[in-house]
Write a protein that binds this ligand. Sequence first.
Ligand SMILES: [Ca+2]
Length: 491
Amino acid sequence: MLDRKRPKPADYFSDWKQREALAEAMIPVVGKLYRERNVKVYVYGRSLVSQSVLDIMKIHRFVRQVEHNELSEFETWPLVEALGRLELGTGHVDIGRLSVTYAAGPRTEGVSAEAFLRKELQGLIGSTAKPVAAPRDGSDRVFVVERAGRIKVGKKFRGAGAVPAPTVFLDISRLQMPTEQLEQGHGGLVNLAFANDFATSKEFYVMYGTGTGQPADPYRTVIAAYKVGPNPDMADPASGRIVLQIPKKNPIHFGGGLCMGADGTLYVGVGDSGMHNDPERLGQDTRTLEAKILRIDPKAGPAGQPYGIPRDNPWADGRGGVKPEIFAYGVRNPYRLSVDRETGFVWFGDLGQKQREEVSVAKRGGNMGWPMMEADVPLAPGAKPTDYVAPVFAYGRELGRCVIGGLVYRGQRCSALRGKYLFGDNAAEWKTDDSKTGRVWALPVAGDRTTGAPEVVADVEDIVSIDEDAQGEVYFSMLATGRVTTLVPAP
Ligand SMILES: [Ca+2]
């Protein structure tokens, strides 16, 4: 119990001096965690990295004003100190939120700061969990993609008992951009899709955003193919084959959608240049692969080509200079894409710029609107294209500001959600400029249309991905804690 909270000094002056000393002691620990482990320490969404003593104290005071709780350096310091002793993987740690839980909860009575953090940061210790994927090969494994460049393989949680620690399936961290750039929010290993014939071909596909912007190493979105080695739980890094590289003007909006269709074609969602209003109109320019939903045959193409063009692509013959890879155009940053296993519709979430978030079904050859439309709102009077495909569902700041596209639930476990499109918002219930939480909704749909209003499914802090396993059961990944949770029906 002793290390839960440092006792506060009795008088104001020594209270101030001691808090100042604690803030000063945090600086080297926070700096070291950031430099050596790529762990960023926050207090209620405000970063402590590279802050002065006075700023650290101001951040603590800000929390008191906003959250109306008595958080002080006396409470956060024991956890910061313990953090410095743990083996952590890349990620964000909100020491403010954690210290409130630690100081208040009866469950933490008698628990040391280190033991408390070990439990709370399970996912972060040696890992930053991101999208989940599972092959339909009967092996019943789940794979977790980490942005820094690793994929881990693990066993599913069966409702009871301990789950063995996941092991490294593929490590391509050396192909990713430097960690300082990753930390700024874009790029890195973002997705994984297994070939439909994975059981025999052993092939899978990864998507990452990389590059330093130097002429020899331009920013680019990469789709690469890898194969599993003799051990089914280990991919062969030497089997790597670049399938498709898309040059990006800026190191943002690399996209994040990668999904196999039932016919073995691969759908890829790629973002625009990230500039305000997409000034080059990349969304509407069908001679570029940026700001598009692409569809390719990822098996080697004709005459040594690394991929093929499906014959039924809308511009498969490339007439008029249109890129034959394009399936639909006019997207901003399609973050998470899924193919409904029952209907074949290609669902995605498209991040809004300032006003509206959207959930859409990509139409073959369809104009999804950007940058003439931000979801369902024209960016300028009369900008609405005549051939524009409207979103299935669009929402404004009343629900959130960072859509995370999900999937139509086809699992068995939660019958009330069957056939509904699950999607999230990473910044729903926005609190302050930096402090956020997240939420998941279920949208009733029939085919590619909505039949009702979205229903709240769960609050999922800092949600970053919604994925399914071979049985169609769903997984939520959280950015801040690096955790992955699954959905179980209410008792
Ligand atoms: Ca749109």
